[in-house]
Design a protein around this ligand. Sequence first.
Ligand SMILES: Nc1nc2c(c(=O)[nH]1)N[C@H]1C(S)=C(S)[C@@H](COP(=O)(O)OP(=O)(O)OC[C@H]3O[C@@H](n4cnc5c(=O)[nH]c(N)nc54)[C@H](O)[C@@H]3O)O[C@H]1N2
Ligand SMILES: Nc1nc2c(c(=O)[nH]1)N[C@H]1C(S)=C(S)[C@@H](COP(=O)(O)OP(=O)(O)OC[C@H]3O[C@@H](n4cnc5c(=O)[nH]c(N)nc54)[C@H](O)[C@@H]3O)O[C@H]1N2
Ligand code: SF4
Ligand SMILES: [Mo]
Length: 693
Amino acid sequence: MAEEVRWFKTHCARMDHGGCSLLVGVRDREIVQIKGDPDGYLNRGYTCYKGRVSADRLSHPDRLRHPLRRAGKRGEGKWERISWEEALDETARNLMRIREEHGARAVGFGVGMPKGLEHFVLIRLANLFGSPNVIASQDVCHAPREITGVHTCGFYPVADLHNPTRLVLSWASNLLATSEEGQIASLLLEQVKNGAGLIVVDPRRTELAQRADLWLQLRPGTAQALALGFLHVIIEEGLHDREFVEKYTYGFEDLSSHVKTYTPEAVAEITWVPADLIRRAARLYAEARPAALQWGNAIEHDIHAFDATRSLVCLMAICGNLEVPGGNINAHDPKIMGLAEFVRADLIPDKRSQMISAHHGVIPRLMTVAPAFFRKAVLEGTPYPVRGYYGMCTNPLVAWAESPLTYDAFNSLDFVAVADLFMTPTAAMADIVLPVAHQYEMNDIGHYGIGHGMILARPKIVDPPPECWPDMKIMNELGKRVSSSEYWPEDHEAFLDDLVRPAGLTYAQFVEKGCLKGPDRFRSYIEKGFRTPTGKVELKLSTAAKFKLKPLPDFVALPEDEDADFPLTLTSAKSRYYLLSSYRWVAKLREKRPHPLVEIHPETALSLGIRDGDTVVIETRYGSIQQVARLTDMVHPRVVSAALGWWFPEGDAASQFDWRKSNFNMLTSIGKLGKEFGTPNIKNIPCRVRRES
Ligand SMILES: Nc1nc2c(c(=O)[nH]1)N[C@H]1C(S)=C(S)[C@@H](COP(=O)(O)OP(=O)(O)OC[C@H]3O[C@@H](n4cnc5c(=O)[nH]c(N)nc54)[C@H](O)[C@@H]3O)O[C@H]1N2
Ligand SMILES: Nc1nc2c(c(=O)[nH]1)N[C@H]1C(S)=C(S)[C@@H](COP(=O)(O)OP(=O)(O)OC[C@H]3O[C@@H](n4cnc5c(=O)[nH]c(N)nc54)[C@H](O)[C@@H]3O)O[C@H]1N2
Ligand code: SF4
Ligand SMILES: [Mo]
């Protein structure tokens, strides 16, 4: 007789930034159902489709189940099965050989979107190995918001969707599809249900835009111009919070005169948003106190990311929305082990000056290496040669701008090891491939170290396949081989206990609680000021000259020049069914989105002879790919929005699963980079589209 279903609590992970509290039903050691936990701190019972089918990641017949060693030439798709001893010894031997020949910094340690605690164990591994080079997608993901926030107001201002707000200004954020940053879609919907106003700034008429009081259909790549237009209206009309501005900001006079030229009329020309709509939106935002500015990823996707994020922090500040409930807050961590201690930053004191990025003069506090700089080091030896790579939780061949360069870089490295749960285009370029245990199969902690003011327990629910190891265990064993073993615990799960010990808990006790939240602290600036050099919000940066930064946010130009040969603007948004390049092999997700879809306005399509469902070629100056046309008036006639992250797991490893065919990053280039973060233009690119003949 079949066993009864037993229910366990955990938190969703590795499908987006995660955070929904889940009830997981298990029968005969298999997960049979997943539903939302009504007690969940972030989600109160909510889940999305991909969360509910997330256990299907574990059961695919082609999942990696054994360590593999490359058998043929690199990238030829030929493998032999090896033992864990062999895999770890061989990886260690190669990394140490490179360290001997070229120095520790010649090995890059790669991560992708932070998925769990292994992210920080990897930084620790790099530090203990002696390499300052952790390669991450921070150039296009969160560093611009976090670090600009810290430079401007001393912290990373996140929208407070837990306390009642009067208005949400959703700016380049698509929470209903992405639930990013622990800002679960349901939190936003709840605010709207309770009467909060909603303004959406997005080039696409998203589901959220359809619910908004005002929708500003922005021309892609002009966010900072629009924000400067808001500042103009608010300051000209005296709608700013005078008391706050006077007591707690630095450089208001300069900002005021600086934004004089950004009249709604001037800004309308740049942004395509009608001047009246700019006025109305700016007034609504300024008058609704508190208002939460939910800023999204798209403002970090071109070379002007610094200006865009700076202008938005200035907007929050002059309207008095910083550090107030229902505004944009400093999410304080609970009492847990600090990041520097966890990653043993003390062991690599000269990291900042030694890392590849130092050569490129990036903004202080950016402690990972942008993929563009990593590849320059590999391919050109600038500023010094890099010859080895250990990567996990990432798929650079598809995720990084200018994919062909990534291919060349991986091809030219002396040694590459990749840990993943599936053979990806990047794993197919490795010398050693390591199979991982995944969510539900290992004990983990979520949201550590990423400024959300909480950590979430993700206890193990079922056993992994016998030879699939958690990344943390892999690195713990590798760490013992490549660095002094005293820094590595006997059992990797000690990391989990170490982390929560300052809270007076063991990991098991933390799991009972499920969530640890930091203290709510609002308006602490009244007593302590802001943690900037002037002690105030720096509308004008006092450190600008010292750090070679722009003192005031500006709109200088579109990210790429207009180009008559490429008359449309290419943008993108994340898919609600996939996590960037991941999980195309999960059948229940793939059937929802079997093909990469490019959104084209019906009028534009008509003029180009394109029908819904046609295969089309999308071209930029840098490359061309194929996707399937989806005709929709949710995009502007002059804008097309293509799908991200595509490769075809059903294809052949010897051709890296057709990674060139539909992959957005074949269309992008690292020719131009933002100075502060090394950000390339991965959106807002001139393009053209035609029917595939
Ligand atoms: N053009 C363009 N490029 C972009 C973006 C864009 O919007 N446009 N977005 C950028 C952003 S914001 C980000 S964060 C990056 C994301 O870039 P990545 O993080 O590199 O991409 P993902 O697809 O999230 O994850 C990559 C791999 O992690 C594996 N994985 C999942 N869970 C685990 C695990 O537990 N262990 C291990 N070892 N592997 C695991 C998946 O199978 C997948 O192969 O891409 C960036 N690239
Ligand atoms: N389902 C799903 N969820 C995810 C992810 C995923 O891949 N899939 N990825 C995770 C990751 S790594 C991240 S960083 C977050 C990102 O989550 P979000 O911040 O929501 O980011 P995006 O979906 O990239 O873009 C958000 C919106 O910006 C709009 N946009 C495009 N170009 C521009 C522009 O030039 N200006 C403005 N103002 N808006 C523009 C797009 O139309 C889109 O609706 O999501 C996380 N959650
Ligand atoms: S919204 Fe994110 S965290 Fe919640 S169920 Fe979906 S994938 Fe999981
Ligand atoms: Mo991201």
